[in-house]
Design a protein around this ligand. Structure first.
Ligand SMILES: [Cu+2]
Length: 149
């Protein structure tokens, strides 16, 4: 019974792993973690920030906002949470027209350990006003399955 169940779970892991490897060879990996922005200070700006491994301990951070202005809005990965933001840990490319893509020198596991939040500021001249924030909370499901021993 146990042997049978183990065999099934190994087959399931193999089925899951194969498409990811094939996809890696053809195009950048799909984002593995995605977080929702909450609008702040009546900005009406919402959207998502997605994190994908970029190799060598780096992570690609992609922001897609709706309700954002055309002008540049600074964005950073801060320490802490949206409720209590700390200092800037990793600056991100300014959000322009609701879009921003950056690569930061931090692993996906580090960024999603529950110690960081992504914050978007109103404009280059009004950094004090926050327009959206997303907690990079610990993922509900691990990004990769543990290897059976
Ligand atoms: Cu910031």
């Amino acid at each position: 019974m146990n042997v049978h169940r183990l065999a099934i779970s190994c087959a399931a892991v193999a089925l899951l792993a194969t498409p990811v490897l094939a996809q890696d060879a053809m195009k950048p990996a799909a984002p593995l973690q995605s977080y929702q922005f909450s609008a702040e200070n009546g900005s009406g700006e919402t959207g998502t920030v997605s994190l994908a491994p970029a190799g060598k301990g780096s992570t690609t951070v992609t922001i897609a906002m709706t309700g954002a202005p055309a002008g540049a809005q600074p964005a950073h990965i801060h320490t802490g949470t949206c409720a209590k933001l700390g200092s800037v840990a990793y600056p991100l490319t300014n959000v322009v027209d609701g879009k921003s893509t950056s690569t930061v020198k931090a692993s996906l596991a580090d960024l999603t350990a529950g110690n960081y939040a992504v914050n978007v500021h109103k404009s280059l001249s009004d950094l004090e006003t926050y327009v959206a924030c997303a907690n990079l909370a610990k993922p509900v499901t691990p990004a990769s399955s543990p290897v059976p021993k």
